[in-house]
Design a protein around this ligand. Sequence first.
Ligand code: ADP
Ligand code: MG
Length: 347
Amino acid sequence: MIEDKNPQRTPVENLGEFGLIDFITKNFEITHSSTVTGIGDDAAVLNHAKSTVVTTDMLVEGVHFDLSYAPLKHLGYKAIMVNLSDVYAMNAVATQVTVSIAISNRFPVEAVKELYEGIEMACKTYNVDLIGGDTTASRSGLVISVTAIGEQDADKIVRRKGAADGDLLVVSGDIGAAYMGLQILEREKAVFKANPQNQPDIDAYSYLLERQLKPEARKDIPKLLEELDVLPTSMIDLSDGLSSEIIHLCKHSDVGITIYEDKIPLDPTVITACEEFNLDSTTIALSGGEDYELLFTVKQEDFPKIKANPSLSIIGHVVDASLGSNLVTRGGEQIPIRAMGWNSFQE
Ligand code: ADP
Ligand code: MG
């Protein structure tokens, strides 16, 4: 589907490992005072005034992405986003990243450059310093492993543990779009395979495709909460799907959660696409992953501070652990929420 726009193919051997590292990292600038030493030494040196949070996520070709429809630039961007999302889910500020790549020899220098353009754009937009990484050969496709580092005052770090009976459950943005974007990409890939003359019909779905290919981590939400003077009691990011993240919060906080079907925020294009694919939009919102929104609980007394915020939806509340996790449908029926991350969902 994506044509090779890079006719020039310089083998990585032409530059060598060190030449390649220099080539891909030369545009990156250090902006944080907590970065004492960045790329170039045996290790980076950091000096955070606050508590440090560290998180790693790996993206593997054929498991997490398909190069036939994921442009490399977007992939680089997404690899940073999925990691920053975990930092923001701790209510921390992301400050540094490391990026390690394993590349097969079918990858020319131009492809690595494209990948790093996406990484660079993400680092600039989200104000994080690239401080190191590793570069190695791969015999089984592309692997990108990112470590993100952030900081926050110890008493403002928010964990999965901490939700209490009566708290409100809040989600940022809207959900289900990234999963529907993937459905569209897979359908168009199949159409293209059947007849390469067919042009992909994707214009109506640009929002869904963007949510899948170029997600944005919610850097703005910890900042917004600070401005609203709200410290969540627990928080998690939506990487696997609402239902499995709810179950994580319940398990770590030892509580139950009730959510309401009519409160789940859906973009209109998700509803349209679900109708077209004959899928239930609530099931997609619960089980489709990769939205990278933040899901958190707040004390009931914080309700006035968040109720009218367009970025936040109150979708339910915390109950006693003995009640478990349930969805109240539009018809008033109560059904148990099962863990159905996007992985199991696709089986
Ligand atoms: P070492 O052999 O000591 O591990 P390397 O030659 O692998 O050092 O790396 C040299 C420098 O370049 C280090 O600062 C390392 O963190 C950085 N680096 C290596 N690969 C990457 C990469 N893919 N992205 C960003 N920085 C990298
Ligand atoms: Mg190394």
